[in-house]
Design a protein. Structure first.
Length: 136
């Protein structure tokens, strides 16, 4: 039986950079967008705000998160079997605070020209490209 874990990601762009994180518990130390799983009773926008703050220290107001129309799905083999991660992303148009290392993740600004050469979680590059197309 496959388990499903609805997830969110937040694309934060600044000039020619994007904010990516490496989660401490990721087995391959792949770069990914700030984000994580949607908790029961939480909307995807609420999860995006919470995850952005938890993984980077940045705070965005709800209206600063614009839903990217395209959605993705990743099928990943886990130790317990196959897991499906539906992935909803938001483009962040503004925030307060400074990035900081958190208990679970290390955020860093990455040049957009370098993204293609990094080890990335599934759908990360596609979400960045879709956010750039929004021109928000």
């Amino acid at each position: 039986m496959m388990k499903t874990f609805p997830s969110v990601g937040v694309v934060v762009l600044k000039a020619d950079e994007v904010l990516l994180i490496v989660k401490d518990n990721h087995p391959k130390r792949a770069y990914q967008l700030p984000g994580g799983q949607i908790e029961p009773g939480e909307s995807s926008r609420q999860a995006a705000r919470r995850e952005l703050e938890e993984t980077t220290g940045l705070v965005a107001r709800p209206e600063q998160l614009i839903k990217i129309p395209k959605e993705w799905e990743a099928v990943i083999q886990k130790e317990y079997g196959t897991a499906i991660f539906p992935f909803i992303c938001y483009a962040c148009t503004g925030y307060t605070g400074q990035i900081k290392r958190t208990e679970t993740a290390t955020p860093q600004w990455v040049q957009l020209t370098e993204v293609g050469g990094l080890l990335l979680n599934p759908n990360t590059e596609s979400a960045i490209n879709e956010a750039r197309r929004l021109k928000v």
